[in-house]
Design a binder for this molecule. Structure first.
Ligand code: ASP
Length: 439
């Protein structure tokens, strides 16, 4: 059995946190491949090393003196090394980094040093081999992740070693230049490593015990989710859950490997299991509720729209031509509504409206702003009668006006549109009816 274990920045922010991680890894011999992030915040006022690196490199690129900033970064690592009583010096590494910064090696290189150096420390601390991600994770010339080359190189490289540390967040182009994933990308590295070695599980250790049924900023101490399917998570995550990078799902999902989200500060908690499919019932009819404010609804009306072939395509083309992605497209007989992110849409709205008139010739276009979308998600909804009824009566009791309803054809989710100001009360009303009453 092989477990790939990824630790987030807060799990590795200090020597104390490193020790907790060491205990977790040593307590299970199957935890053989370790993917660390860069040191994160030690407290709420602290700065992540990745952010320090970006700022330091920006100074270097502007031709300013960046020595003091680099020294502060070095101090973060030295504090960890000292606290762990390691016989390790990063002196030479920092000389190389300073030189590379002077030569303007790029902000991707700069940011990647956060995980690179933390990986060296982690490997020394555990007595595992260090495998530089730039030698096993690849991007093609267009900057796209090169799945095939990475899989081949990584699986062959890891056959040669039983226990290794592979830093997260970056890889390299064909020519060796370093490239990072988007922010939070160590999650992706962990998933790629797990997929390449066909691990039994991908454990993603962070500072919360998995996903919660609802946002704790709106609901007081909501319960955790034990098991969630990949599809349910997608329905919830695109609405704003931030525990796991959304691109981290694909590499393991493809190999049928489950992800277990765990808490470094509470290692006995089971956390959340993310799986392809399960016969485990969720505790409540719904698995979770998530939502987001700041949407616009573009209502398009045209007599006899329902019989006009190609109308929908022309409408959507107006959005595509302006580089705007849509969230939902509920429709009626003579109406079609396109939900878009307000901040993306605002600057381009008049262009879209004129394009709609040009391409689709509607009778009327009307824009509504400041709407929130709420996704109520659960694999249990399919087999339970009355879920929609309960949601809408709860919302009515809470005096929330429902502006839009959309049920995905998979019966996995119901999307509800309300005005931004009703967002919190709508979430509370739905939570109360499904979760609170059963607690
Ligand atoms: N250190 C990187 C970031 O702050 C990547 C990660 O932590 O996953 O975004």
């Amino acid at each position: 059995m092989t477990k790939v274990v990824k630790f987030g920045g807060s799990s590795l922010a200090s020597a104390e946190q490193f020790m907790k991680v060491g205990d977790i890894i040593r307590s299970d011999a199957e935890r053989k491949l370790v993917v660390p992030s860069a040191p994160g915040k030690r407290d709420s006022k602290d700065t992540k090393v990745t952010d320090m690196l970006y700022a330091c490199y920006a100074a270097a690129e502007a031709g300013e003196d960046f020595k003091a900033q680099l020294k502060a970064i070095k101090a973060r690592y030295e504090e960890i090394i000292k606290g762990l009583h390691l016989d390790l010096s990063l002196e030479e590494e920092f000389k190389v980094i300073e030189k590379q910064f002077k030569e303007k090696a790029g902000d991707n290189y700069a940011a990647s040093r956060g995980e690179y150096l933390n990986g060296i420390i982690m490997a020394a601390y555990l007595g595992y081999e260090f495998v530089d991600a730039a030698t096993v994770i690849f991007f093609n010339d267009d900057g796209e992740f090169d799945t095939e080359k990475t899989k081949k190189t990584l699986s062959e490289r890891l056959k040669k070693t039983e226990r290794a540390v592979i830093p997260g967040f970056y890889g390299a182009y064909e020519d060796g230049r370093v490239k990072t994933f988007s922010r939070g990308g160590s999650d992706i590295t962990g998933s790629i490593v797990a997929g390449a070695v066909k691990a039994d599980v991908y454990e993603n250790w962070t500072d919360v015990s998995g996903f919660l049924v609802a946002d704790p900023r709106i609901i007081d101490t909501p319960p955790g989710i034990d098991t969630i399917t990949y599809r349910e998570l997608r329905e919830l995550s695109y609405m704003g859950a931030t525990v796991l990078h959304e691109d981290a799902i694909f590499p393991v999902r493809k190999e049928g490997i489950p992800i277990n989200i765990r808490n470094t500060n509470s290692p006995l908690d089971e956390g959340t299991w993310i799986v392809e499919s399960t016969c485990q019932k969720s505790k409540y009819v719904i698995t979770g509720i998530a939502g987001k404010k700041g949407f616009c609804a573009v209502n398009i009306e045209k007599d006899m729209m329902n019989s006009e072939i190609g109308f929908g395509r022309k409408v959507l083309q107006s959005f595509e031509d302006n580089g705007i992605s849509f969230e939902h497209v509920p429709s009626g007989i003579d109406t079609m509504t396109v939900f878009v992110h307000q901040d993306e849409f605002m600057d381009k709205e008049q262009k879209v409206v004129s394009s709609l008139h040009r391409l689709a010739d509607p009778d009327m276009v009307d824009i509504e702003s400041d709407l929130a979308l709420i996704a109520v998600v659960g694999r249990g909804m399919k087999s339970t009668r009355g879920t929609a009824g309960r949601i809408f009566s709860a919302l009515a009791h809470a005096n929330v006006n429902v502006r839009m309803i959309d049920q995905g054809s998979s019966e996995l989710n119901i999307i509800i549109g309300v005005s931004d100001e009703d967002f919190e009360s709508a979430i509370r009303a739905i939570y109360n009816i499904f979760v609170e009453v059963q607690l």
